[in-house]
Ligand binder design. Structure first.
Ligand SMILES: [Zn+2]
Length: 303
């Protein structure tokens, strides 16, 4: 009679724990004593609740097998291994999600596997000890900003309608281009020092004059929705420095303006690429995550 706990993963077999009763000892008492260790009895230790395979790093916990001593009951090992990720077969895909990706790693079959791309959870389609087949979640990506956030200027006493792309000029001959107009506000590629409150301005194309009531530079904030001016794409700001957005409704267009729906912040994207979205791929289950190998840094790029 020997109690032997083998690693569920290693082949050839790795025995993590092995115990044999002393010569002449009562075998039932021996098995009973081992059962007792699993319920806090003599010999119970955190070590027995966390047996580590020296070869693969899998973890196992001793448990009562539920069989009576008289019927040969003993202890068994419960797999409590934390998953590890080594690679993905596809390293880039659509910001809209849905790409089918195979993860390679270890103990991916243990417990409730949670796979995340950045902050978003992937749908696990199927899995084995060494592979998990998942559907990439909706993406998160960083804007490549060409210019902005732009100065928002609130105007009064306008003599007509300003036009986008015209130059706004002050009496001090400071000029800035109007990139967006909304009612009595214009967004310009200029600084508040050049367009102080109370100054008068005119449009070099429209010849419209007006007075500056207030000039501020709105900044996008975390959690707000931003919209692409030409693509109509919507996304949520997940980080402000650098500006990162998640859950895009569709792809943003190169060189378009992106407008904060709440902040009124306006920025402009670069021509190519308009965005890039490298995220870490992580794996964990209810037993936790490994200190090494649960995170594939920069494992996936949203395009
Ligand atoms: Zn092992």
């Amino acid at each position: 009679m020997t109690i032997s706990i083998d690693c569920a993963y290693c082949d050839p077999k790795i025995t993590i724990l092995s115990a044999t009763p002393p010569l002449g000892a009562d075998e039932k008492k021996f098995r009973s004593a081992w059962k007792a260790t699993t319920t806090g009895g003599p010999g119970n230790s955190s070590q027995l609740n966390n047996l580590e395979c020296p070869s693969c790093g899998g973890h196992f916990r001793l448990a009562d097998d539920g069989v009576h001593i008289n019927e040969g009951g003993s202890v068994v090992a419960i797999n409590i291994s934390r998953p590890r990720i080594d690679s993905v077969d596809v390293s880039a895909g659509s910001a809209l999600g849905g790409n089918r990706i195979t993860l390679t790693g270890h103990a991916l079959d243990c417990g409730e596997l949670v796979v995340k791309f950045g902050e978003e959870t992937a749908n696990v389609i199927s899995r084995s000890a060494t592979t998990a087949y998942v559907s990439a979640p909706i993406g998160q990506y960083k804007f490549n900003i060409l210019t902005g956030p732009y100065l928002k200027v609130t105007l009064s006493d306008a003599t007509g309608e300003f036009v986008e792309r015209e130059q706004l000029q002050t009496s001090q001959d400071k000029v800035a281009m109007i990139v967006k107009i909304d009612k009595n506000c214009v967004w310009i590629d200029g600084s508040s020092e050049d367009f102080p409150n109370g100054s008068s301005v005119f449009g070099t194309t429209s010849r419209v004059t007006a007075n500056v009531v207030m000039s501020t530079t709105p900044q996008p904030f975390k959690g707000e929705i931003v919209e692409g001016s030409t693509s109509g794409a919507l996304a949520i700001v997940s980080n402000t420095s650098p500006l990162e957005v998640k859950r895009p409704s569709r792809s943003f267009a190169p060189l378009e303006f992106v407008i904060g729906k709440s902040s009124d912040a306006v920025i402009r994207l670069t021509s190519s690429p308009a965005y890039s979205g490298m995220v870490d791929v992580t794996v964990e289950n209810e037993f936790g995550s490994r200190t090494k190998g649960h995170r594939l840094s920069g494992g996936f790029v949203y395009t």
